[in-house]
Write a protein that binds this ligand. Structure first.
Ligand SMILES: [Fe+2]
Length: 561
């Protein structure tokens, strides 16, 4: 029974994944345990930091000890990276990153007592991204496209996957990087680099691509499957924004320009790849593959019939990809991932114990799905904590915040609850069998990696989830995969005639998604959420009597005085 632990530790989003006998047993990001968003900063001198808690969770889940592992797959190959010279702080610390990556077996042995450091194998970063899409999708043969910020020395990989083997057809070397271009724009617009790129994508929908011709000259496909990105002075188009500053039309236009050029490049690169492979299917990973607007344009205008995108397309997904890659090299029949719900879960008894410790009043309704549907139909906001937590940045109905999509003001209400910018959209989840009637776009869409046009007649019925450009980033819910979630949606439809619910991640701004019951209780306790549905239990926020509120206020004054 070969067991391979995958580890991502090099840049950020440290994560671990465990593949046993070809099956993905567990995968989790370290931020969900450490409660530090993205785990660590992507600087060279943090490369030694390992996803210790995520690794231990994966092993515990399978009942394995470090000495039971057949291999540890590390998603970066120091031999392919810039080599350290005597001064490891030279080259902007790149040498130090390489040195730390090379020492990873010793760091791993320290964290995982009993591990034989000889069992650590390095997997090239973009091969790990590619494998997170090829093996995980179950498509074979298929074409694969990785578009990323950076790996060892490159930013992209295009290839063909057949018979479980990857043939690399093109790879673009740094400094040319579509991911880094988008990251630099993210920083220019006052957001957090390699973290908030999705905010730029949202902002782009408020602008027009005014400088597209100039960016077509700056960012060019080389005709052979690679590309070049000339240095860009973003300040020429709009001044740099301070964090939290209001953006102007010029900023939205710049975001729209870069977004549009990125979409065009994706279509051109995919076209060049298809010309060589002739495949029907394409799979994608790498940070740029989280750009659901670009993915959708590729699906509509590109040559591939089916497109599968790894839900953990950022660097966290390389833990799974590296593990799958090495499992295949060890001769395992690697199975596709069926769901992103690969993280922690708690039994009903454990959840009851957590609620008891918190001393909150709770009840166990006959059917939690029905109780939640009733609350949503009554325009309550519900924290929904069910089953295993999600791997990757999207809440997919396991750690979600839910609301009624029929009320237009629920967008603002949810953004207020989460303490985030008002231009940020929220997304719908929809019963899979009804999705085609309401939304136009690639179906099924279980991982929220595409945007769909809302069909005529529906936009007015579900205004909270329709973006300014008339689209929605949907999650389709199949009862075979997600029976509880599907039942909740069906019950909501029975009450309202609408098989759609608002879904956004269960967290507040700047914090990782809720993972354990304590996180859920803390989030519920600190934000105006009406109901927490945690396993089979519900916790309702008691109505606050005016007199009691006054008492509390006076008490606070006394304490302060
Ligand atoms: Fe990456």
């Amino acid at each position: 029974m070969p067991a391979v632990l995958g580890v991502n530790a090099v840049f950020h989003d440290p994560a671990a994944a465990l593949v046993v006998d070809g099956r993905t047993v567990a995968a989790a990001e370290e931020e969900r345990f450490s409660r530090r968003k993205h785990g660590k900063p992507p600087v060279a001198f943090s490369t030694w930091e390992l996803p210790e808690q995520a690794m231990r969770f994966c092993l515990d889940r399978a009942g394995l000890r470090p000495e039971d592992l057949d291999a540890v797959a590390y998603s970066y190959d120091p031999e392919l990276a810039p080599q350290p010279n005597e001064d490891v702080t030279a080259l902007e610390w790149e040498g130090l990153r390489t040195l730390y990556a090379r020492r990873a077996p010793l760091f791993l042995k320290t964290s995982l007592s009993g591990l034989d450091p000889e069992k650590v194998r390095w997997v090239p970063h973009h091969v790990a991204h590619a494998s997170s899409a090829t093996f995980a999708s179950g498509f074979d043969p298929c074409s694969v496209l990785v578009m990323d910020g950076r790996g060892e020395r490159g930013s992209h990989l295009a290839g063909r996957f057949a018979g479980g083997r990857l043939e690399v057809l093109a790879a673009q070397r740094l400094p040319h990087s579509l991911g880094l271009l988008y990251e630099e724009l993210t920083a220019h617009l006052g957001f957090r680099r390699s973290s908030d790129e999705y905010k730029v994508m949202a902002m782009a929908s408020y602008g027009t691509p005014a400088a597209l011709d100039e960016f077509r000259a700056l960012v060019r496909h080389d005709g052979a499957g690679g590309f070049s990105v000339a240095p860009v002075d973003f300040g020429r188009y709009a001044p740099a924004l301070a964090p939290d500053a209001e953006f102007t039309p010029a900023h939205a236009d710049l975001a729209a320009t870069v977004q549009r050029r990125l979409e065009e490049m994706l279509i051109e690169l995919a076209g060049a790849l298809h010309a060589r492979t002739g495949d029907r299917d394409l799979v994608m990973a790498g940070g740029v593959a989280l750009n659901c607007v670009a993915n959708t344009r590729l699906w509509r205008e590109g040559p591939f019939e089916r497109i599968w995108v790894q839900p953990a397309s950022g660097d966290s997904g390389t833990a799974l990809g590296a593990a799958m890659q090495v499992a295949a090299e060890l001769g395992d029949d690697v199975r596709p991932m069926r769901s992103a719900a690969l993280g922690r879960e708690w039994s009903d008894a454990e959840l009851a114990s957590w609620l008891g410790t918190a001393a909150v009043a709770y009840e166990r309704p006959d059917d939690v799905a029905d109780a939640v549907a009733e609350a949503l139909a009554d325009n309550q906001v519900v924290a929904w904590f069910q089953g295993r937590s999600e791997y990757g940045p999207r809440a997919l109905g396991h750690r979600s915040l839910l609301a009624d999509p029929r009320r237009p003001d629920n967008l603002e209400k949810l953004n207020d609850i989460k303490g985030r910018e008002q231009f940020r959209p929220v997304a719908p989840m929809v019963l899979a069998e009804r999705a085609g009637e309401i939304f136009d776009g690639p179906l099924p869409s279980p991982f929220m990696l595409f945007t769909h046009d809302v069909r005529p007649g529906w936009a007015e019925r579900i205004p909270a989830v329709v973006h300014v450009d008339g689209t929605a980033r949907i999650q389709t819910v199949d009862p075979d995969d997600e029976p509880l979630l599907a039942r909740m949606l069906a019950r909501f439809e029975a009450r309202t005639g609408v098989p759609v619910v608002v879904n956004t991640s269960l967290n507040t701004a700047g914090r990782p998604m809720v993972d354990d019951p304590r996180d859920a209780l803390e989030c519920f306790g600190s934000a105006p959420i009406d109901l927490l549905a945690i396993g089979p239990f519900v916790v309702r926020r008691p109505a606050r009597p005016a007199a009691a509120a006054g008492e509390a206020g006076r008490e606070a004054e006394v304490v302060a005085g």
